[in-house]
Write a protein that binds this ligand. Sequence first.
Ligand SMILES: *[C@@H]1O[C@H](CO)[C@@H](O)[C@H](O)[C@H]1NC(C)=O
Ligand SMILES: *[C@@H]1O[C@H](CO)[C@@H](O)[C@H](O)[C@H]1NC(C)=O
Ligand SMILES: *[C@@H]1O[C@H](CO)[C@@H](O)[C@H](O)[C@H]1NC(C)=O
Ligand SMILES: *[C@@H]1O[C@H](CO)[C@@H](O)[C@H](O)[C@H]1NC(C)=O
Ligand SMILES: *[C@@H]1O[C@H](CO)[C@@H](O)[C@H](O)[C@H]1NC(C)=O
Length: 322
Amino acid sequence: MLLKSYLSLAALASLGLADKSPGCGGHIPSKFPERGTSKNLTLPGLDREYRLYIPSGYDSNTPAPLYFSFHGASRDMKQQEELSQFSNPKFNKKGIAVYPNSKNGYWLSNPGANTSRPNDLDFTDALLTHLEHKLCIDTKRVYSAGKSNGGGFTNVIACNSTVGGRFAAFSSVSGAYYDTDDVPGIGPCRPAKRDEGRPFLEFHGTIDTTAPIDGNTKKHPKLPVIDILQGWAARNGCPEHSNPQRNETVFTHPLVKHASWDCDGKHGIVQHYREGDNGHCWPSLKSNPDFVDNRDQCPLGKYVFNATTYIFDFFDKYKLSK
Ligand SMILES: *[C@@H]1O[C@H](CO)[C@@H](O)[C@H](O)[C@H]1NC(C)=O
Ligand SMILES: *[C@@H]1O[C@H](CO)[C@@H](O)[C@H](O)[C@H]1NC(C)=O
Ligand SMILES: *[C@@H]1O[C@H](CO)[C@@H](O)[C@H](O)[C@H]1NC(C)=O
Ligand SMILES: *[C@@H]1O[C@H](CO)[C@@H](O)[C@H](O)[C@H]1NC(C)=O
Ligand SMILES: *[C@@H]1O[C@H](CO)[C@@H](O)[C@H](O)[C@H]1NC(C)=O
């Protein structure tokens, strides 16, 4: 029996079907949410909280994509679910969504974050392993997105070769980026080497006063967004400090610019939406918690697109090759 299951695993791997996670074929654990709903959970061992959404069409034999969504500073997992709408089937057609909770409101890289091990990268890695063992996940289609500090932490994940190497693409909304070279547990950006590149999509408002698009020079300076974008372009094979090949006005709104980098034959591997006259907000055509909390920076009606649509479209283009 043991030999037989070993052989069938080996056969599966050789057929290229090894993107099925170990949880395929099993039952949804009784503590997990019912299909089509979300639930707060605790990761055994690490004692860390997360919120999980299982789509109504989940089938334990069909590997589903998995989308991580990280909350902003002083926010929580439930608020991030409302903000990002990753559990809304209108946006997320068939994927599982997970909203990790930070230890104290801040993610690693923010000066307020608790850096003790197991840290947020350890947690992300362990949570992904746990979900892959409990649910049927396509291990080549795991993605990370976040807002503000959660967007900055998505960048931290992308920069870590072991954890980031398990994710196929990344997106940051109004990201807050810090110099992390000397932060314990992070260090310089050294992502996993991969043929398909490291896709990165960023959204930023030009009047963002929380995470200014051009950075700031406070005690814990935030980095200019262009440095992050050009950094990913360079890591994808473009020259250092390269300008985007396309930098065009989109929609009928003259203030929204879409910049896109083609690097090493990879079309649009780094992309950016620059939202003139908008602030520290998750772009959306419908009201969301940002429009309620921050009416000055996020006046409803000024946005001409919803970021979530673009994030899923971007993610859908990418999967890990191995
Ligand atoms: C789930 O966690 C959020 C905090 O992220 C909390 O506000 C909410 O009350 C929790 N829900 C339940 C049912 O415990
Ligand atoms: C940091 O988090 C750990 C759990 O990972 C906890 O034991 C410790 O008390 C926290 N430290 C502070 C200063 O809150
Ligand atoms: C990447 O993250 C993992 C998991 O937290 C950690 O063990 C490793 O040390 C990190 N790598 C670097 C270079 O910091
Ligand atoms: C895109 O072009 C505008 C001018 O139309 C310029 O202000 C902006 O800096 C450019 N952005 C990038 C990322 O090159
Ligand atoms: C999001 O916005 C696009 C237009 O940019 C629209 O086509 C789409 O229906 C919107 N999606 C939802 C769920 O509102």
